[in-house]
Every structure is written in C-alpha cells, then in structure tokens.
Design a protein around this ligand. Sequence first.
Ligand SMILES: *Cc1c(COP(=O)(O)O)cnc(C)c1O
Length: 433
Amino acid sequence: MKIHYKDLLHMENPLFENTLAYAQQLDQQDELREYREQFYIPTQKNGKPYCYLCGNSLGLQPKKVEELMLEELADWKKHGVEGHFEAKRAWLPYHEFFTKNIAQIMGAKESEVVVMNTLTTNLHLMMVSFYRPTDKRHKIVVEKGAFPSDKYAVDSQIRFHGYDPSTALIQLAPRAGEETLRTEDILQVIADQGDEIALIMIGGVNYYTGQYFDLEKITQKGHEVGAMVGFDLAHAAGNVAVQLHDWNVDFAVWCHYKYLNAGPGSIAGAFVHEQHLGKTDIPRFEGWWGNDKDTRFLMQDKFQPIPTAEAWQLSNAPVFSMTPLLASLQLHAEIGMKKLTNKSKLLTGFLEFLLLELKSERIRIITPTNHQDRGCQLSIQVKNSDKALFDAITAKGVIADWREPDVIRIAPVPMYNSFEDVYNFVSILKDCL
Ligand SMILES: *Cc1c(COP(=O)(O)O)cnc(C)c1O
C-alpha cells in the first residue's frame, strides 16, 4: 500500500484502492480493530457472519451486556426491594451512572443531560416545556421527510395547543432536483418567517438521506429571530461529534439503540441547556423522580425540581432497559468521539469510493459528499424504486435496510465494522447489479 492509514486520516479527500488486500491492510492499521471482538455479529444459516451494516437502525450487542444483566437479575433475586441500596449498582441513583459519559458524547455539561423514558416520549416532554405558542408566534419548523414519529409528535403538539398543522408547520424542502437541504436555504426560511416561529425542531442527522445539518448555525439563526431550537439526535448520538452546550441548543432528545448499542427499545436521553435549568416559570409535566433527591421520599405535596435536567424525569429508573447501555458506554468512553469520527470518515469515504467505482446507472448516492455534512450512513437511491436489488443483497448475507420509496441505507459503524465489511458489501452489490 502506498499510503498509510494515519496519513489518510489527515487527507481531505483520501485516496483509496479498490482491492480486498487494500481493505484488509486498512483493517490491520486501524487502531479500533479490536473493538469488533467486543460485539456479537449475527450469523447466517450457513454459519457465516452477516455483513451487518444496519447499526443506524439497531446497534449490535456488546458481549459484556449479558454479564451485567445477570448481575442485576441476581441482585433482584438476592435483595428484593433492598436492591435499591444494596445492589452492586444501586438502583436508586441508577440513572446517574450514565451522566458523565453521555455528557461527553453529547458535548454537554453533566447537569444538562439525563437518561430517561423513550425517544418520542422525551420529545413530547421537551415540547411541553419549549413549544409555547402564542397566536402571533406558533409555528414549528421541521425538515420535510422528517422521521414519521417526529412528524406525528409535532403535529399533535400543534393541535393540542389549538392550532392547525396545515398552517402552523413549516417543512423545509430541498430545491427542485436536489435531495438534501442547503444551509443557506434553511437560514433564509428562518429569517423570512422569524417572528411567527415558536420552535425549530429538526433531526440532527436525517434518517433518510443521512444529511447532518449545521446545528450550530441553525441554532444561532433560530435564536436571532426569537425561536426555541431543539433537535432529535437519534441518528446523531454516538455518530457525529455534537457540542450541544457550546452551540446553545435549547433541548435535544435521542435514543441509545442505534449508534449507542443499548438494545431494542432501550432507555433514551434528553438534553436541556443550562440556561433553562432551575427555573420555576417553565411549564413541565412532572413526576416524583424529578423532585429534589433530599425531599423525594418525604412524599411532600409540592414539587421541588432538581436543578438539573433530571427535573424532567417522571419515574424511577427502568433498570433492565438501562443496563445494556452501561456496557456500551464503557466502550465509547474508552475510545472517545474523536477516534470514532476519524475512523468513520475513512470507512464511509471508502464505501463511497467503492460505490462510485461501480459506475452503475441503477444507483446513486443521495447523502452529501462532504464528510462534514454526514455521519457514517450513505443512502443509496435505486432507480425505478427497484426493491429487487435490496432483496438480492439481503439473500447474499447483507443486513442493511430499505426505506420507501427507493433507498437502501448502509451504515458502516466505526465501532465494529471493518474495511473488509465495506469491501464485501460492494462486491455483493456489484454481483447483484
Ligand atoms: C429511531 C427514531 C425514532 C424512534 O422513536 P422511538 O420513540 O424510539 O420509537 C424517532 N425519531 C427519529 C428521528 C429516529 O431516528
């Protein structure tokens, strides 16, 4: 190989080679290669591992999860209710075990993040607090083609406040003939309708196109016009390096079962910016776990909020849906977002390079080509919505996903995917084309 992995990391447009031997050399030089061993890779009926490129939908299981889960079950067996204090990891403050690592991943202060509930629930809870429409200012800005759950959540919030989504929802659409949004166009819409916008709520990385929006600029412009700004980071958390505190984002929500490998339907997360903490004039749906820890068990009449994002918690910790996240976060903490995103840039760059080498008329990549504008996912649009292509690669051992009307999403995850995975996938795709 002519160019060393470390040099590739510093190149804006790395030069790759289209051979299996080259992919294997990159794997040998990859400082994260051993992390693959920390995960279970699903196996096909013939005993071979799948080519798993679907970590954007459900991350793989860290091997350590089972041990930690068994410890919780044993503690419940042994201690019953006393496990809240006596368990190896006491259940009473269980959510606190995640704060430090999550704050690091999300670029937040520890006081600003909390793990709780599930994603869509958290989105509603955040909108209860930060979507406060008036007749003059009640519009919400979303990206057209937002994840359906997000769309249902904002529509129903608008109706809940007595407004009509058909007039109150502004959907940012790409220019004719384009697939992704231009930042300048987003900022222009915000500037143009600024005094009617109550909330900007965008998916940080769009689930369909894989586009990573300029969250800092959007937040800044949103604040200039007097709007609140929140993000759904389901596809961003653990995938791209966000800086929620420094960017002054008002709130954010995310799940942990995609790039954070915490298992199906696992506990989700929320961020509330420091400037909104400890305030008494914010409307909020409240529950006992948001109450000040010193007085929580005095069962007093009046709610005393914890002066952190924990004030938004409702219930005591669902321990079994949180434990897998402990295993996964240990790995993330060891590596850090910097190394992950460095490898991600190369791995996805390699995928893009190989796809372009196919020179196929039947497919095209709709994800932005600039690596600053994407995470690890590439969305491949298939001509004439031909799902047969997806079915063919699936039959050959690739796990990816198909999104109507015409996209195959491929996510090489830097934590456990290899350059060889990427090479194998493109070989299979080539055969099927
Ligand atoms: C994955 C995802 C969801 C799923 O919501 P749940 O409440 O976890 O079922 C919602 N929104 C976006 C943007 C997602 O990517």
